[in-house]
Design a protein around this ligand. Structure first.
Ligand code: ADP
Length: 303
């Protein structure tokens, strides 16, 4: 059973801009899934369509087996979404933000109270239930968004940049919390800019770029298959062109700098030995890109 099934989804905005050009995606029930892509790729458009905030131009969406066009109420009930921007009423207390959402789903008051307590405890905000939500820190607001998205016990939870702007310790606590939610059987799809987050949490991954999507891949296999590190080498003496060292790809940047692509399993030793044999000394070296950028670079090279 798929928690989310998308077939040939297209979206052209009123101004004529096409944000999604035939996207297919299937996310199995129980999965922890990362949807990655640069800004403007179409992630929010896709999430907006799945959560019925944006109308699609064409294509089919099923949430937990319910067609969004034919069974919209059941599809909506199966889904919880925490968007990127804080869109709760900041003048309400933490408790009432979650309670009101339960009311929106028509939950009887007693059950709504129980679910509110359960979800606020899960995100460690129960002690703050009487605090006006405007007064929460950024990390607490993110957690409140998640509690609110969970209150009606959805089977699929979509989180758009759930830890954006949250400092590292709190981020780690949120990861534990999300893992627990997933362990309890909720399928989670997240978008993130932090590769570490996707790497740590997610079992499957898909890339969206310029309105198109790559077939999903297993996270571990994916990382293993593509990991090539890029370095910039500073040279002790000028060179006129890039030397050749077997097993590495070297590019001449300028007289005193080379760029090196180093396969993860190869390591740097062989490069230094090879350069030394050619009489070339390296005075310093640094990583060319951060890992997420690298991931995108490598992916582009592979395609
Ligand atoms: P992401 O979430 O991956 O950053 P979005 O889905 O927000 O990407 O945007 C995809 C593209 O669609 C962007 O180029 C954006 O400018 C465009 N876009 C988004 N919303 C609208 C809109 N309401 N009208 C026109 N273009 C839009």
């Amino acid at each position: 059973m798929n928690a989310l099934l998308i077939k040939n989804l297209r979206k052209t905005y009123k101004n004529g801009f096409t944000a999604l050009r035939g996207v297919d995606l299937d996310v199995e029930e129980g999965d922890f899934f990362a949807l990655l892509g640069p800004n403007g790729a179409g992630k929010s458009t896709l999430i907006g369509i799945v959560s019925s905030l944006v109308t699609k131009s064409s294509g089919r969406v099923e949430v937990c087996g319910y067609d969004l066009d034919r069974e919209p109420a059941l599809a909506k009930r199966s889904l919880g979404v925490a968007p990127q921007e804080f869109n709760f009423n900041q003048f309400e207390t933490v408790g009432s933000v979650v309670m009101n959402q339960a009311g929106f789903y028509g939950m009887p008051r007693k059950l709504a109270k129980q679910r509110t307590e359960y979800c606020l405890r899960q995100v460690e905000l129960w002690d703050r239930r009487d605090t006006v939500s405007r007064r929460l820190s950024g990390g607490m607001k993110r957690r409140l968004m998640i509690a609110r998205a969970l209150v009606h016990a959805p089977r699929l939870l979509i989180l758009d940049e759930p830890t954006a702007g949250v400092d590292i310790e709190i981020r780690h606590a949120m990861w534990d919390m999300l893992r627990e939610v997933n362990r309890q059987g909720v399928t989670i799809i997240l978008t993130t800019h932090y590769l570490e987050e996707a790497e740590t949490l997610c079992r499957n991954i898909a890339f969206i770029d310029n309105g198109g999507i790559n077939p999903k891949q297993d996270m571990h296999q994916f990382l293993h298959s593509i990991e090539v590190e890029h370095f910039v080498l500073d040279l002790a003496a000028p060179l006129a062109q890039a030397p050749a060292v077997e097993g590495y790809r070297l590019e001449w940047l300028n007289e005193l700098q080379l760029a090196a692509a180093v396969p993860r399993d190869t390591g740097l030793n062989g490069l230094f030995v090879g350069l030394h044999a050619l009489g070339i000394e390296v005075s310093s070296l640094r990583n060319k890109t951060n890992r997420l950028e690298q991931l995108f670079l490598n992916r582009l090279e592979i395609e």
